[in-house]
Design a binder for this molecule. Structure first.
Ligand code: IDP
Ligand code: MG
Length: 181
């Protein structure tokens, strides 16, 4: 399989077909339209943290534009974490992330990428302050319950990897003027 073909495969459901991936519109990713990819990892789902995590992002004022419960394929996970493929923990990371369903979400709002990373806490829960998801709900780096994109560029890459275009909703936010002035 050539590189072009591979890049068009829909890794989010394993179908070997050409599909419309979530479109990356550079101009639409600034200001209040910035988006990030947040996933509740298998341990977060097992430990019934989905509602708590979604609640935090909703109450903060971010807008939910995509959400699905899914079993991620190893192929998707290897692509998602491709930057870490030479790390000694890579195999364990793929095994962990494919050990059960994940809740994949996309959130939109002003500075959502940076703010979501603060809400997550540090990669190692031991370094994460109370009040962050990892600071409140986990102990070990290998079971840190949540993923969040680390930059706008990563967010664009990850959203297009995990979501099809028609899985992301554009909806009118009737309370946006209570969140933005
Ligand atoms: P991040 O999730 O905070 O962005 P990354 O460095 O991108 O952190 O690592 C991705 C994931 O790989 C982490 O969330 C964690 O699940 C896992 N991981 C990172 N470092 C280690 C490690 O030293 N041992 C085991 N797992 C790790
Ligand atoms: Mg990362």
């Amino acid at each position: 399989m050539g590189p072009k073909r591979r890049s068009q495969r829909n890794l989010c459901d394993g179908e070997d077909v050409v599909v419309k991936r979530a479109r990356i519109e550079e101009s639409g990713w600034t200001g209040v339209n910035e988006r990030t990819f947040i996933a509740v990892k298998p341990d977060g789902v097992q430990r019934r943290l989905v509602g708590e995590i979604v609640r935090r992002f909703e109450r903060k004022g971010f807008k939910l534009v995509g959400l699905k419960l899914m079993q991620a394929s190893e192929e998707l996970l290897r692509e998602h974490y491709s930057e870490l493929r030479s790390k000694p923990f890579f195999r364990g990371l793929i095994a962990y992330m494919s050990s059960g369903p994940i809740v994949a979400t996309v959130w939109q709002g002003l500075d959502v990428v940076k703010t979501a990373r603060k809400m997550l806490g540090e990669t190692n829960p031991a370094d994460s302050l109370p009040g962050t998801v990892r600071g409140d709900y986990c102990v070990e780096v290998g079971r840190n319950v949540i993923h969040g994109s680390d930059s706008v560029v990563s967010a664009q890459r990850e959203i297009s990897l995990w979501f099809r275009q028609n899985e992301l909703q554009s909806w009118e936010d009737n309370c946006s003027h209570w969140i933005y002035n």
